[in-house]
Design a protein around this ligand. Structure first.
Ligand code: ADP
Ligand code: MG
Length: 332
């Protein structure tokens, strides 16, 4: 048996007329099956364009995309755009019939040829998305997060091989997001579904993705396991996307005791810590941002402000003088 790649893009470009930097440029990409691949990038970096190309909603100007060895055709070549083995969910849940019950919204997508199978499958999908208790509720009365669960259940009921998610959690309250993310991970684990998601939320991609792709101005600048990209980003752009890090110019870094020939020094909030016991306390606590189990401290010296993570909430107050110990930094 030859090893046919699962989903592969070869040198694809898609540019929009009239824009200088727009779309996707000469991109190669191989998506691993039965994993969650997340695409992260700043707004306008081409994330949605890339996703739509993979699905076949857009045709590449150049290059080609293959799904299990078979060419993906764009809307010009195919009557109903979008590959049959894939489903896409975006943040708009317009596809829902708000006047119908949750159950009917989902079951309507199954053929009537085998009523028993239809009922069994609909129940299974409702359970997977933890919305069985909402089956008889009219979709109109659902919260944003519940609607998004129904939208995903609708996408999954016909057992697609690939689920494409384009920032689907934007309308979902942060407190409900995590549960939904976990449920999707569970579906991937239990059923072997392949997920490709687009997001600009670092917390989301770091906790969900098996593979992370960083897109900048229509090109992939790095990819790998989220942990690797977080701990050792090759680009300042990646570090800034993944964490609310401190970025210092070389002359600013000098004030922190760092001499560098690089243009920038990056210090993650968790890489520096205040030490109250030191004699040279030349930083001043400017703000204490309480986050529950930890605090973000904004400390300043010589016009430079650093954000530090403090895991002992209550220890420091605004105006306190502290010494800062920098344990790690990166140069770009
Ligand atoms: P992202 O999803 O990362 O925010 P998009 O893929 O939506 O980025 O867009 C990438 C770039 O292409 C942006 O500069 C955007 O303005 C432009 N663009 C997207 N769709 C169109 C279109 N239909 N016509 C013209 N320009 C577009
Ligand atoms: Mg987008």
């Amino acid at each position: 048996m030859t090893d046919t790649p699962f989903l592969q893009a070869t040198a694809i470009s898609k540019t929009y007329p009239g824009e200088r930097v727009a779309g996707v440029k000469r991109t190669d990409l191989a998506i691993q099956p039965q994993k969650i691949t997340a695409i992260i990038g700043e707004s306008g970096s081409g994330k949605s364009t890339l996703l739509r190309l993979l699905y076949g909603l857009l045709s590449p100007d150049e290059g080609s995309i293959h799904f299990k060895g078979e060419r993906i055709w764009g809307p010009e070549e195919k009557l109903i755009p979008g590959h049959d083995a894939m489903k896409m969910v975006t943040q708009d849940t317009d596809g829902l019939n708000v006047y119908a019950k949750v159950w009917d919204n989902i079951a309507v997508l199954m053929p009537n040829t085998d009523v028993g199978a239809k009922e069994e499958r609909a129940t299974q999908v409702l359970k997977q998305l933890n919305i069985l208790h909402l089956a008889d509720k009219q979709a109109f009365f659902l919260s944003g997060g519940e609607k998004q669960r129904v939208a995903i259940a609708r996408a999954l009921i016909t057992r697609p091989e690939v689920l494409l998610l384009d920032e689907p959690f934007n309308q979902v309250d942060t407190s409900f997001r995590e549960g939904l993310q976990q449920d999707i991970r569970q579906v991937v684990h239990d059923t072997g579904l392949t997920v490709i998601m687009v997001s600009h939320d670092p917390a989301e991609v770091l906790s969900m993705a098996d593979e992370l792709i960083v897109l900048k101005e229509g090109q992939i600048i790095e990819m790998g396991h989220p942990k690797k990209l977080y701990q050792n980003p090759q680009n300042l752009y990646t570090a800034k996307l993944l964490t609310n890090c401190n970025v210092l110019a070389a002359d600013e870094a000098k004030h922190c005791g760092i001499n560098t020939r690089a243009a920038h020094v990056v210090i993650y909030p968790e890489w520096a810590a205040p030490t109250g016991s030191w004699t040279r306390k030349n930083w001043t606590v400017k703000q204490v941002l309480f986050k529950g189990s930890y605090e973000d401290l904004l400390v300043a010296k010589d016009g430079i402000t650093l954000r530090l993570l403090n895991d002992e909430p209550g220890k420091y107050n605004v105006g306190d003088k502290v010494h800062i110990k920098i344990n790690r930094f990166m140069e770009f």
